[in-house]
Design a protein around this ligand. Structure first.
Ligand SMILES: Nc1ncnc2c1ncn2[C@@H]1O[C@H](COP(=O)(O)OP(=O)(O)OP(=O)(O)O)[C@@H](O)[C@H]1O
Ligand SMILES: [Mg+2]
Length: 255
């Protein structure tokens, strides 16, 4: 298993946001994490990526414990994420944003003199090349030199994904990558996710668009009030009584 959560819990004051959650994510899969609003999905992402410390349990990545490590270290080990609200450097160009993503992994502690060495310039050149290739693969080749903050929503979301991929991550964690997109843009984005899977990347996906989730995921885990109520293939999940019940009791049945 690439990622394993063992009895993970998170309590915010009196609220049990995640309760004794165990789940595994298989390498090379697209794994969906779904549930009604407030079910604890984003909290699970924050726990995996070390944004908040867990109250109980442990998380393993490639069989090594990552819970307790700092975010930057978890990222360095190969987990990258996008946020529910797109986070990018609005004044930077698209390419600069991707290079920032790639540089998160740059070796620390290099003296300023090294910055101008031939090997640094060569690395920089290769990073730009890889950045361009990545942008092209996500349909952003034409806007590489545009300022990120002025891009349409669809392109900003694609850029957030590019930044996550630029870290060289093996596991990419995406929080609502389809929110606010048109049907056409959703289809394009899910096609990108399938291509990532073909390249042996693993994707953990929170998404409210059930049609997209069921169409693209290999496995789906369902949370309700922080509790795992079901897990299985999209077909199994769609006919699961507990899942139907959870969604019927929520504001947006089936979303
Ligand atoms: N930092 C925090 N402090 C206190 N409570 C929090 C915090 N973060 C989340 N919560 C609460 O934890 C619960 C789970 O929230 P979370 O954001 O994980 O849900 P979600 O499944 O991502 O929902 P949505 O689909 O609306 O994004 C909610 O009741 C939320 O209000
Ligand atoms: Mg959320």
């Amino acid at each position: 298993m690439l990622l394993e959560l063992r009895g993970v819990s998170q309590r915010f004051g009196g609220l049990q946001a995640v309760a004794d959650l165990s789940m595994t994510v298989a390498p090379g899969s697209i794994h969906g994490l779904i549930g009604p609003n407030g079910a604890g999905k984003s909290t699970v992402f924050n726990l995996i990526t070390g944004v908040i410390p867990l109250t109980a349990g442990e998380i393993l990545f490639k069989r090594e414990r990552i819970s307790g490590l700092r975010s930057a270290e978890i990222c360095r080990r190969g987990i990258a994420r996008t946020f529910q609200a797109t986070a990018l450097f609005r004044e930077y160009t698209v390419l600069q944003n991707v290079l920032v993503g790639a540089h998160r992994l740059a070796a620390p502690g290099l003296g300023p003199a090294l910055l101008w060495s031939a090997s640094y310039r060569e690395r920089e050149r290769r990073a730009r090349e890889r950045g361009h290739a990545l942008l092209k693969s996500l349909g952003l080749g034409a806007v590489a030199s545009q300022v990120a903050g002025q891009l349409p929503n669809r392109d900003q979301k694609a850029l957030a994904l590019a930044m996550a991929l630029a870290t060289g991550a093996e596991l990419v964690i995406l929080d609502e990558p389809l929110a606010g997109l048109t049907d056409q843009e959703k289809a394009e984005t899910t096609a990108v996710l399938r291509r990532l899977r073909e390249q042996s990347l693993t994707v953990l996906l929170v998404e409210h668009d059930m049609k997209a989730v069921m169409g693209v995921c290999d496995t789906v885990t369902v949370l309700d009030h922080g509790v795992r109520i079901a897990e299985g293939t999209p077909r199994e999940i769609q006919t699961n009584a507990a899942v139907i019940e959870a969604y019927l009791g929520a504001e947006e049945p089936g979303a």
